[in-house]
Every structure is written in structure tokens, then in C-alpha cells.
Ligand binder design. Structure first.
Ligand SMILES: Nc1ncnc2c1ncn2[C@@H]1O[C@H](COP(=O)(O)OP(=O)(O)OP(=O)(O)O)[C@@H](O)[C@H]1O
Length: 446
């Protein structure tokens, strides 16, 4: 079984359906598409002049959350969306993955493999910030039940098992595969491992495009590095990976291929992550240095970018100035001479006319011309009976293992039953016994 799993990892990129598909994934897609050869299934995503407007009240007040964004994500690359809180990272992910709220309206063009596509389950996977996992199940059981619920009935049990094992290996979860996830009374796997289980559940269906909202939030630096490294490995396997990341360490930042930097819903920078702070060849210069905000030698690049574009720093400075807690000393830092709002305006303007912006527009036009296959798994492929059986089994196992859910409830029900049952204990069979208190009332005595 493990041999089969390892084979899948090793043989990726050699599948006959196109680059990045292993024999097992191929079986999965062939079941769905029922075609002999469906060509290149890599996901090339482009967005042009993307604007998202939200309606704020019933009076029809509107606000632009994103304004005129243009960019692309290619197979084999890991694109990081960065920006201060409220800059529009999650909204951009939602807009690209077709999950915008009902009060949000999108204008502009989003193309997948050169076509307007409804990005549904299977084509693209979306990993949210929260890990919705069942605490009493082990990692292997969690992934296995998910496989039973979603994979086609026609797929043999050994193939399903191999797919589960290969997913465990791909996410580096072998060491904790038989450990429970954990809950309030059950010590389980770590936060980083939980995040990797959530990603494992999404890559089970072998999506070609993976969106992740803050996959490293709440993790310590080592766990964040491990999760990001795993995402990079998934990208290197031919997938297109786009993730919003809040405040990466310098080690994590080095793992990004492309960086999309947002502030107030506008693009501050889009291009090679390293080109933002260093010259990547003799003909180029670091973007931030050219724009007048060079990254100091000992500063983490991502901290520097966020320092430049987070307008909350203006409020902090004003508050500290007002309370006389800040002594301003002479410094060479250009950010001390202007407000962050001015720095953001300068960077927005500089990016708009930079070679990075022109290169991105050119690349979007080039990529949009490549017409690839859009794979659409269209939801679970398991039959109704298979799903019912799996859900019932999973629920029974969860109840029997969950002390709070099952055993504590059972004890409470028994206690309540005894309490209600003993109200009538030894009451006898004489009817007037129940009228005893009435006999003692003054009215009755008269
Ligand atoms: N559907 C909506 N209705 C009203 N306002 C919205 C909606 N979606 C987003 N916004 C607003 O748009 C702005 C950007 O939100 P978004 O969640 O995309 O930011 P973010 O960069 O992901 O922030 P964080 O890092 O804190 O998650 C916020 O001010 C938010 O309140």
C-alpha cells in the first residue's frame, strides 16, 4: 500500500493526461471526464481590472474594496497575497475563487485557462482559516472518511487507500497519522498539524488550483515554515497555489515565488517576491529601493513592506505624539519624514508606471491566450448510500469516543430519569394521600 502511495508521489508529472497528474489522479479525473486524452489540465489563472464593490446599507451606500487589480498565477508557482489587515486579501481570494458575499459585486475579467470559468469544487479547492475537524478521529481516519465521502464508488478500495496514504505522505503527516485530532478534553495533534490535515482534505480530490486564507495564522515560526514549505512542494508538483499570508518570517518569505502586495484594495506591488527588495539581475533594481523606500539591511523584508503600507502606523504615531510618549530623533529612514498614507500613494503611483506593472499586463494577455482544459469534479462523486453509510459510521465512532458528547450525556439522562422516576416513589395507591396538604388549610378546618 505504501509502495503504491510512494509511486504516486514519484510519478507525478508523468501522467498521460497532462503535466502534474499522477496515475491515481488520472484515474480520478478519467472517471469524471470519460475521455481518452484531455490535454493539459494545469490551472492558469488571470485577473484583469478586477474591482469589487460592496453595498454597505439598505440606503445603497457602496464602497470599493478592491480597485483595478491585474495579476496572474501559473502552475508550479506559489503566490502570496500580503497586506495590512483590511487591505482586501480575503476579498481577492474570494473574488478569484467565486465565493464573494451576496452584497459584493465584481467587475473585470477572471479567466481560468483562457476561459471564464465557474470555479467549483474539484477544479479549485479553498482552505479556510478555521480547521473544522472531528476531534475524536485520528488523522488517517479523518482523511479516509473524507475519501469515502467524495471519491467515486467505482474506484477500488485499494486505490482509495493508496490515495489517502499518498496524501498523508505529501502533507508530511506520517508521524501523527494514528494520533487523534484532539478536542477540549483529548490531547491531540499540534496546530500546525491540524492546518496540514485541513489542507490534506482539500488536496485529496487533486485540485489543480489551491486557495488558502491565512494558512499560517496562529502558528509558531517552525510550524508556519513547515506549512509554507508543504504548500511550495504542492506548487512544485504542478499545482497553482495562492495564499494570503499575514506577517511571514523571513524564512517563510523566501519560499514565495510571486508576491501580491495590497493596501486599501489597490496594488502596491506584484512580481517576483525577491525583486521587491533586491535586484534579481544586473538590469533591474529592487522595487522598494527604486520607489524611495529601500529595505534596511537588518530588517525582515515582509516587516518592511507592511511598515511602509500599513496606515495604522500614522494613528499610532499621532497617539504617541499626543501623549508625549514618543521622542522623535533624527533618522535616515524615509518613513519618518512622511506619513504612511503618503508612502502608500507614492508606491501605488510608482507601481502603476513600473516595468513590473507592464510585465504583468503583458503576461496576463499572453496567458489568457493559452486555452487549456478546465477540470470540474462537480461535487462528491460517491453515491447517496455510500455517503449515508460513511456519515452514520463516522458519527457512531465519534459519539462512542467523545466523553462529553456521549458518556456524559448518558450519565445526565440516567440521573434525570432517576429524579423524575422517584417523584412517585412510595406514593401508595390511596387517592386522598395527595390531598393531605389541603386538609391542613384553615378553609378545610372550618
Ligand atoms: N461583503 C462585505 N460587505 C461589507 N464590507 C466588506 C465585505 N467584504 C469585505 N468588506 C470590507 O472590505 C475590507 C477588506 O476586507 P478583507 O477581509 O478582504 O481584508 P483582509 O485584508 O483579508 O483583512 P484581514 O487580514 O484582517 O483578514 C474590510 O474593510 C471589510 O470590512
Amino acid at each position: 500500500m505504501m509502495k503504491h502511495a510512494a509511486m504516486e508521489i514519484e510519478s507525478s508529472d508523468k501522467g498521460s493526461l497532462g503535466p502534474g497528474l499522477s496515475p491515481l489522479s488520472e484515474t480520478l479525473w478519467r472517471e469524471k471526464t470519460n475521455t481518452e486524452l484531455i490535454g493539459d489540465v494545469s490551472a492558469r489563472l488571470t485577473w484583469k481590472d478586477l474591482t469589487v464593490t460592496v453595498t454597505l446599507s439598505t440606503a445603497g451606500e457602496t464602497q470599493n474594496v478592491l480597485e483595478g487589480l491585474t495579476g496572474y498565477a501559473e502552475p508550479g508557482t506559489f503566490t502570496a497575497l500580503m497586506g495590512p489587515s483590511g487591505s482586501g486579501k480575503s476579498t481577492l481570494l474570494d473574488a478569484l475563487s467565486g465565493r464573494l458575499a451576496a452584497n459584493a459585486f465584481l467587475s473585470g475579467t477572471v479567466l481560468l485557462n483562457g476561459r471564464k470559468a465557474n470555479l467549483s469544487f474539484g477544479t479549485a479547492a479553498y482552505v479556510t482559516q478555521d480547521d473544522n475537524l472531528i476531534g475524536t478521529l485520528t488523522v488517517r481516519e479523518t482523511i479516509s472518511y473524507s475519501a469515502q465521502l467524495r471519491l467515486p464508488d467505482k474506484m477500488s478500495p485499494s486505490d482509495k487507500e493508496a490515495l489517502v496514504e499518498s496524501t498523508i505522505v505529501a502533507m508530511g503527516l506520517q508521524d501523527c497519522a494514528d494520533t487523534v485530532i484532539g478536542n477540549w478534553h483529548l490531547r491531540g495533534i499540534s496546530g500546525g498539524e491540524k492546518r496540514r490535515v485541513s489542507i490534506a482534505l482539500e488536496i485529496l480530490m487533486r485540485p489543480r488550483l489551491l486557495f488558502l486564507d491565512e494558512p499560517t495564522s496562529g502558528l509558531d515560526s517552525a510550524s508556519a515554515f513547515f506549512v509554507t514549505q508543504t504548500l511550495r512542494a504542492l506548487a512544485r508538483d504542478g499545482r497553482t497555489v495562492i495564499a494570503s499570508i499575514h506577517q511571514p518570517s523571513s524564512e517563510v518569505f523566501e519560499l514565495f515565488d510571486q508576491l501580491y502586495l495590497l493596501s486599501g484594495g489597490k496594488t502596491v506591488y506584484f512580481g517576483h517576491a525577491s525583486a521587491a527588495y533586491e535586484a534579481i539581475n544586473l538590469n533591474s533594481a529592487a522595487f522598494f529601493a527604486q520607489a524611495g523606500f529601500p529595505c534596511p539591511a537588518l530588517r525582515n523584508p515582509s516587516d518592511h513592506f507592511l511598515r511602509c503600507i500599513n496606515s495604522d502606523f500614522d494613528k499610532v504615531k499621532a497617539t504617541l505624539k499626543g501623549s508625549m510618549k514618543l521622542r522623535f530623533e533624527a533618522s535616515d529612514d524615509p518613513l519618518d519624514k512622511i506619513t504612511t498614507a503618503e508612502a502608500i500613494r507614492t508606491l501605488n503611483e510608482y507601481y502603476r508606471t513600473s516595468q513590473h506593472s507592464y510585465a504583468a499586463i503583458q503576461k496576463v494577455d499572453d496567458i489568457s491566450k493559452i486555452k487549456g482544459t478546465v477540470l470540474d469534479a462537480g461535487g462528491s462523486q460517491a453515491s447517496f448510500f455510500r455517503q449515508s453509510y460513511t456519515l452514520t459510521k463516522r458519527s457512531l465512532i465519534n459519539m462512542s469516543r467523545d466523553f462529553g458528547y456521549y458518556w456524559l450525556r448518558l450519565v445526565i439522562y440516567i440521573v434525570v430519569t432517576i429524579c423524575i422516576g422517584t417523584i412517585y416513589l412510595n406514593i401508595g395507591t390511596v387517592g386522598n394521600k395527595t390531598q393531605f396538604p389541603l386538609e391542613k388549610t384553615p378553609l378545610t378546618e372550618k
